[in-house]
Design a protein around this ligand. Sequence first.
Ligand code: ZN
Length: 444
Amino acid sequence: MTRLTIYAARWILPIDAPPVSSGEVVVEDGRIAAIRPRQTPANQCRDFGDAVLMPGLINAHTHLELSVLRGFLEDVPFFPWIRALTAAKANLTPEDWLESARLGAMECIRGGITTVGDNTDAGVTMRVLAESGMRGTVYQELFGIDDREPVAPILAALNEKIAVHRRLESGRVRVGVSPHALYTIRPALFAALRDYLQAEQLPTSIHVAESPSESRLIEQGAGEFAEMFARRGITWQSPHLTPTKYANSMGALTPQSLAIHCVHQTLEDTAQLAASGAAIIHCPKSNAKLGAGVAPLARWLRTDGLRVGLGTDSAVSNNSQDLWEEMRFALLLQRAVAEEVEVVTAAQVLRLATLGGAEAMGLADRTGSLTPGKRADLIAVRLNSSHIFPATDPYTALVYSARADDVLLTVCDGEVLYDEGEWRTLNASSVYAEVKAGRSRLIP
Ligand SMILES: [Zn+2]
């Protein structure tokens, strides 16, 4: 027996096609069967009235497990920050990380995010995505800058974690690897990893060209990172390349990789990255909060063949997983810097947060737009609250005014994850209680 659900609203925003006013979305067995003008009687469909139905948002870069650390260390310079963070993290248990990732998933679902690209160190998010019903790729993080530590055991440990994650892979969730960053992975490990990734066919996510400190290290072998390496007895040679070119020379940029941030990029860097086939994930709020800079999004949007998605990054550097706020911030920042309105449009950033993210993550065959044949990842967003009413254009109303709590319904793969105040797959009161207990353990 086929399972049929029809959702109706004032606007349907497919993203890959013009908006349909007074329309409906037909979902059949978890798949989008049709987008059409309204024709179903009110008692046979779910009608959201003055609202938009659109594809679920794609948060292509986050660290859900860090949600427990939100607001824990604010307005502190990077080095004291990382030291305090590392010390505090030692007081958290695996169960704490799991509950923390559940809180992150709750926040994403509440705000209309159906797909995440999640980097995990604790390794808990495969389980959280599986139980929450979200779609996503979970990138197991890998570190190894110190060449006194041999490569083989690092890769063996990674392989063990990947094997465990693979047991939870499904049509919605798959596993990847995150070689954390250029300053935490040494060249010999990059080389060994390249062969491993090729053999295992795993997608990757790597932080590249995020901060001026990173550029100073990679380009000149100087600055805070170099001083820290010297203090810790870590030998590291500067390649005298920009971070993007160095990442490319290490084989870290392929059509299966996400290059996160790319704030500090020359024109040549952007061309080289586009030619590598890697996608960029733009995290403007995190970059601004950490004083890292403003990435050249407007240039990327003009670069042929370059795939770009949007991410919030973690609750530690953002502090929210609200992709509406991220879209607005991305657009306003580019216009402010360029002193020009035409540089980025509302439709372009809404595409980044949906189809752009799906293309970047290699998931555009199943999500990112309301297209018949794709999986039913869709959300309903109300347009009748005081900060958004009266709306005359769905793109601009959503980008300039909408926020996470305007989302009424979140559906992934046809399954309802959130419906007007209620999480269907996660136990909100238990998650709040457990995260509160974990947070109290942060400072002994
Ligand atoms: Zn990150």
